[in-house]
Design a protein around this ligand. Structure first.
Ligand code: AMP
Length: 472
């Protein structure tokens, strides 16, 4: 595993004071240098200090808490009592909980760490069984944990170390009461590590109520997307978004692509529309069953990934490197969410592209995002892709053979028409850069109606695509 845009060479894992068994696991994981949050947090967590970490997913925050906690456990070796745990990690989603659990297993593989994970949406029996003899580390979502605690299948009265991960999402998802209830049952004498990507007032309040003289660590300020992500915005009428998306997916957005929708309903509709247009897609959001979510994620991690249509909350738990494109089908209300979304690509030191569709109504949201980023997002000029209905009407195969793709690429199809080749192999940097027009020109050319901005003359229509275009 890799990830280094933020790594700082000045420090090394041995310098941080981690034990040999962890150093061995880290070298097996392929981690060469600590990321900034790891370098800043690990020595203090090892020393027993509470931590308030403001960090996004992708910064290496899981290892920042998991590594020192494994060593803290080993400093005072003792076996957890039946149904009890020594470390409790609370995470907002099943996916994130499962990933944190996997990280503890990977990092703790030479340290003899016993861990379990519990989350809702699946039978509770195996989870209760896993807790029967007690574990060192329990990773849990709040609702299921409270269920099991109330049935006396899990006992949290011995917790020595508490981690609250993605606190802002906990609040978004309405878990605040559950979290407070859980914290109320924990021993007061414990070490607490608190992480959140954003810092709304409620998060601060929650942190204040849980932490004692915490060390505050901030990395990757929320307004700073990775430099490796090339961003662009397309001004497009709402009704033309679907056709534009289909065009983008066929012609350039290949490899792993996440398309963000704002609502569960919107994600489902988009999923159906893409499938109708002959594009292999999967959807992930809070209303999907656990089995459906797992299936979608497994497919997305496979070498022939479908386009993943996701809502923000569901996507928070996705830890997949090599996402080549993020498409913001709708702009989020909170500017910070934009930074989270595009943080799904450009990870692990790879390049990535983030394309945002912006209709007339969404312009204030774009302004807010640009204010947060402290710079404009380059506008890109797209000839109108056509009306959504035109796209549905055309046979997929014919539409897949976009004129920009060469024969070799077409023969590498992966089931998704027009999306051949292995991830990254057709990732054309040039194709998602602003095509010549300055931001200002593009703004001036924005039609008041909100239809696609065309700051330069549209490319000549090509045979086979013409009928899918909408007349200007
Ligand atoms: P996280 O922010 O915890 O979700 O981690 C993001 C990704 O970075 C995961 O895939 C980790 O395996 C990876 N990672 C974490 N720390 C390092 C490191 N020091 N060097 C390389 N990769 C890392």
């Amino acid at each position: 595993m890799t990830m280094s845009p933020e790594s700082i060479p000045a420090s090394s894992f041995p310098e941080l004071g981690l034990s040999d068994s962890l150093l061995r696991a880290l070298s097996e994981e392929g981690y060469a240098t600590p990321t900034p949050i790891q370098a800043k947090a690990i020595p203090h967590v090892l020393a027993g200090r509470d931590l308030f970490g403001c960090a996004q997913t992708g910064t290496g925050k899981t290892a920042a808490f998991a590594l020192p906690l494994i060593d803290r456990l080993r400093e005072t070796p003792r076996k957890a009592a039946p149904r009890r745990c020594r470390v409790l990690v609370l995470a907002p989603t099943r996916e994130l909980a499962a990933q944190i659990h996997e990280s503890f297993l990977a990092y703790g593989r030479h340290a003899g760490i016993r861990s379990a994970v519990i989350y809702g949406g699946v039978g509770q029996q195996p989870q209760a069984r896993a807790m029967q003899h007690g574990v060192d580390v329990l990773v849990a979502t709040p609702g299921r944990l409270l269920d099991l605690v109330s049935q006396r299948l899990v006992d949290i009265r011995d917790v020595e170390f508490l981690v609250l991960d993605e606190a802002d999402r906990m609040l978004d998802m309405g878990f605040i009461h559950d979290v407070r209830k859980i914290v109320g049952q924990l021993p007061r004498d414990r070490q607490t590590l608190f992480f959140s990507a954003t810092l709304p007032a409620e998060v601060r309040d929650l942190a204040d109520s849980m932490l004692r003289d915490p060390l505050e660590v901030r990395t990757a300020p929320r307004s700073t997307p990775a430099e490796t992500v090339s961003q662009s915005v397309v001004f497009v009428a709402k009704r033309e978004k679907k056709a534009l998306l289909v065009k983008l997916l066929r012609e350039e957005a290949t490899g792993r692509v996440i398309v963000f929708a704002r609502t569960k309903h919107g994600a489902d509709k988009l999923h159906r529309d893409l499938e109708k247009a002959g594009i292999d897609a999967a959807a992930i959001h809070g209303n999907k069953s656990q089995a459906q979510r797992e299936k979608a994620l497994a497919a997305f991690k496979s070498p022939r990934p479908p386009v993943l249509v996701a809502t923000d909350i569901a996507a928070r738990g996705i830890d997949v490197d090599h996402v080549a494109h993020v498409v913001n089908y709708e702009l989020p209300h909170e500017p910070e969410t934009y930074v989270h979304r595009i943080g799904r690509t450009g990870r692990a030191g790879q390049t990535g592209a983030a394309v945002s569709f912006c209709d007339a109504e969404e312009r204030p949201r774009l302004v807010a995002i640009e204010r947060l980023l402290k710079r404009p997002i380059p506008a890109r000029n797209e000839p109108p892709a056509g009306h959504a209905d035109d796209v549905e009407a055309a046979p997929p195969r014919e539409r897949s053979e976009g004129p920009r793709r060469n024969a070799a690429e077409r023969t590498r199809g992966r089931g998704r028409p027009g999306r051949g080749g292995r991830q990254g192999s057709r990732h054309s940097q040039g194709s998602h850069e602003t095509q010549g027009a300055s931001r200002r020109e593009a703004r001036e050319e924005r039609p008041a109606s909100g239809s696609a901005a065309v700051a330069t003359p549209p490319r000549p229509a090509k045979p086979g695509r013409r009928k899918h275009r909408r007349a200007l």
